[in-house]
Design a protein around this ligand. Structure first.
Ligand SMILES: [Zn+2]
Length: 452
């Protein structure tokens, strides 16, 4: 059977997304329960039994399941219900009105990620309506708290109700947006994400009067060396499988970057030199790629001193360090301490604020294959590339329990690519109705073909 766009769902999915946007789930505080209850109500109309789990009052996550015949694999369609804050003064429309205008649904969450929630709910409804009998179970989970780290949502469910959401495969956010190159689309699938190590350094010294600097030991000067060292450090380049595959796919389609990227793939140790040259033409792309090649460290907060004429004995700075799949937060901190050996290490204190493991899933799986096949049916000349996200998603909780996770929210860039990226967590976030229909059609076909 040939694939086609599911035009008939246009109005239904538009309303679904509009309604979800109108339920304000800005996190903090979240209030996801209201959105979870709304989803339960609409899913129950199609005969689904839904379960609501609250990690705390108002912090609800919804789970439902289409039973399979008991064969493998199981598949989880995952999304988060919370959104980041939106300042109405900066927007050209009310971010929580769920406005439909000029062929787009506008509002906070239109991209990240209530549109995906709506698509996944729509897929579940269609499977039921079409009387599809999947082999394994198809589970839908719409969870709380992703925007604050997921510990009160997906992380909490994985710890407390693993049986409810354990699946061999997971489809979540983080990829799916097509990169347009020379009139062709490269669809992305998020197969890896970096880990987080947020840490604080405390530099100690000896206080003194500001008029006699030599008699004191200024903690700000000590911290200055720390910031210099860490902020400018370029750690060892390492090409993880996702990045290798991503760069080769881009090189195939983008003739301009081809030479540089092929050189980089063969000589990763020359990566910075090559990217410095790419940066002269396309700074954004070069820095995006540079962050995929190594652990990065960025100073983000600094505090020191209390009065104009007192030399401070303490200065604190916070660093945002991101580590690659294969690295871990403990080794990363050891490496960082090693860099500071000549900055009087005994006068520095270290404190880990938050540490999340990086994660990666392989691409040689039947689901990845199915994604490629369906996309090519819709768009024969497109290609597919795995991506490493420098940020994080809830997928890490599921990869940790052994699931293969793909970030795949299929979308075409029907606004300039850079503009779409900026709208996530930015102003005037919106998605075209065309993309809602396209994304649902692709997802439905992937799920239906993969699970039967
Ligand atoms: Zn998100």
């Amino acid at each position: 059977m040939h694939v086609q766009l599911l035009r008939e769902i246009e109005e239904e999915i538009t309303n679904l997304l509009s309604d979800l946007i109108r339920i304000n789930t800005t996190n903090p505080p979240g209030n996801e329960t209201q959105a979870a209850k709304y989803l339960a109500e609409t899913l129950e109309k199609d005969g689904f039994k839904c379960e609501l789990f609250e990690s705390a009052h108002g912090r609800g996550s919804l789970i439902t399941r289409l039973k399979g015949t008991g064969e493998k694999p199981n598949l989880l369609l995952l999304s988060h219900l919370d959104v980041v804050a939106a300042n109405p003064k900066e927007w050209s429309v009310d971010p929580f009105a769920g406005l439909v205008k000029d062929g787009f649904v506008w509002g906070r969450g239109a991209l990240d990620m209530k549109s995906m929630t709506a698509m996944e709910v729509m897929v579940m409804k269609l499977l039921k309506r079409n009387n599809v009998k999947p082999k394994g179970d198809i589970i839908l989970a719409a969870t709380a708290d992703e925007e604050k780290g997921g510990e009160a949502g997906a992380g909490w469910l994985v710890s407390n109700y693993p049986k409810k959401i354990r699946a061999d495969y997971v489809i979540n956010e983080g990829g799916g947006l097509a990169i347009p190159i020379n009139g062709k689309n490269i669809y992305t699938v998020q197969t890896a994400e970096k880990g987080i190590l947020w840490f604080k350094v405390k530099a100690k010294g000896r206080p003194g009067h500001g008029s006699v600097p030599g008699a004191a030991d200024n903690a700000i000067l000590r911290m200055n060396k720390v910031v210099e060292k860490l902020g400018n450090h370029r750690s060892k380049i390492s090409l993880v499988p996702t990045v290798k595959q991503f760069l080769s796919e881009i090189a195939k389609e983008n003739k301009v970057a081809q030479q540089a990227l092929s050189l980089l793939l063969q000589n990763p140790e020359l990566g910075d030199h090559i990217l410095d040259q790419v940066a002269q033409k396309d700074k954004a792309m070069a820095e995006e790629i540079r962050a995929m090649l190594r652990m990065t460290i960025a100073p983000t907060i600094i505090h020191g001193g209390v009065k104009e004429n007192i030399i401070p004995s303490e200065c604190d700075a916070v660093f945002d360090c991101r580590i690659l799949p294969g690295q871990n937060p403990t080794d990363a901190l050891d490496e960082i301490k090693g860099l500071l050996r000549d900055v009087d290490l005994e006068k520095l204190g270290f404190e880990t604020i938050q540490a999340n493991e990086p994660s990666e899933s392989p691409t040689n799986t039947p689901l990845y294959e199915q994604i490629i096949n369906v996309l090519k049916e819709f768009e024969p000349d497109c290609s597919v590339a795995p991506i490493l996200l420098t940020g994080g998603t809830d997928s890490r909780f599921f990869r940790k329990m052994g699931s293969i996770c793909y970030g795949f929210q299929p979308m075409r860039a029907d606004l300039p690519y850079g503009e779409i990226l900026k709208m996530t967590h930015g102003i005037d976030e919106r998605i075209s109705i065309e993309n809602l229909v396209f994304g649902t059609s692709v997802l439905y076909n992937v799920v239906e073909k993969f699970m039967t």
